[in-house]
Design a protein around this ligand. Sequence first.
Ligand code: PMT
Length: 401
Amino acid sequence: MSISGKKILIAVSGGIAAYKIHFLIRDFIKKGAEVQVIMTPDAEHFVTKLSLSTLSKKPVYSDFYGDNGNWNSHVELALWADVMIVAPCTANTLSKMIHGMCDNLVIATYMSAKCPVFIAPAMDLDMYAHPSTSKNLELAENYGHKIIPAESGELASGLVGQGRMAEPETIANTVENFFTYSGKTKSLEGKTVLITAGPTYEAIDPVRFIGNHSSGKMGFSLAEEASKRGAKVILISGPSTQVIHDKTIELHKVTSAREMLAKVFEFYEGVDIGIASAAVADYAPKEIAREKIKKNDESLTIELIKNPDILKTMGEKKTHQFLVGFALETQNEEENAKGKLEKKNLDMIVLNSLRDEGAGFKNDTNKIKIFTKTEKKEFSLKSKDEVAGDILDFVEAQLLK
Ligand code: PMT
């Protein structure tokens, strides 16, 4: 479903990211949506009503009282909207929304709204990382709002970190996806999808571990996408700071490969699609020292033993499950990926190579090739959310064969 004809209420609060809202409005208008902009008094320091109303083709309101002595009804504005987007949402506006501090038109409209509410926070990194912001975002999710998380990068302050508002394309995609998938029979309805994500940590002593650079982003994106498509999603993740926005996803946190294996097999029988995106440590220390190892000697030898191969075990015990593996390679990529497809008894494997810029660990992007026993498909560099969509499109196409 497109957003043509949808009524979109955009509430702008006072942050530098407000300048990006022009692009969002233009995109929605081009796609045939109706856009009404309201703003907090402080937002007027960052962007003008004139530019916003020129693009939205409607007057922009920041106050209850219009220039001609008329009343800008927050209730009418709220009930008019099919969806409300608060972007940028400053720490102050977020806090007022959560705690009902109804002292401006934006908050009064928000509190009167019955439609779905999207929040795109934007603030400096320390404000974003502050426990009060995390708590308020968590409460916003509990209220049923959809959070479009802030992205990492250079901030207006010159500092670098998480806090910048999601790009207008991301906000637009999120809202469009919402309209596309809501109320529609979803493509993975009735399916149970199990996803492994993140790294595993293998303890050396109570202080140290062997791990890797996986952030969990790829697996969490897959989980969100599968859930949007109507699947019941079981996400088994090693240590990761990623958060799940869709509360219907069942998240199980584990630490080591052995814990991940045990958790996977608690659910495996009932799974229709298994996707192993975790970067599982191949080896673990044979013994875990009970006390912190002292640095008395010039060298230290730790004996490692092989960890169970979770995906290979899933392949061996496969009955009806459709199994998707990942291959993270640095050389002979295609050959190694195809070898893993065969050896682990998979239906499909997703190859990402660390030789491709922007692919693999940590980044918000990935570049993949997908292989089955008979097919190969190559994709361009995309956001991990989009990559998740490509992977699930491919899975769905295979299931239809
Ligand atoms: O988490 P991000 O920062 O977003 O990064 C994403 C990613 C790079 C980790 C992801 O895209 C990825 O490639 N995951 C697989 C990494 C990996 O360990 O690849 P591998 O080629 O070593 O393993 C092959 C497959 O076997 C993988 O599906 C892996 O989950 C699985 N495996 C490996 C070893 C093991 N002991 N058990 C397993 O299940």
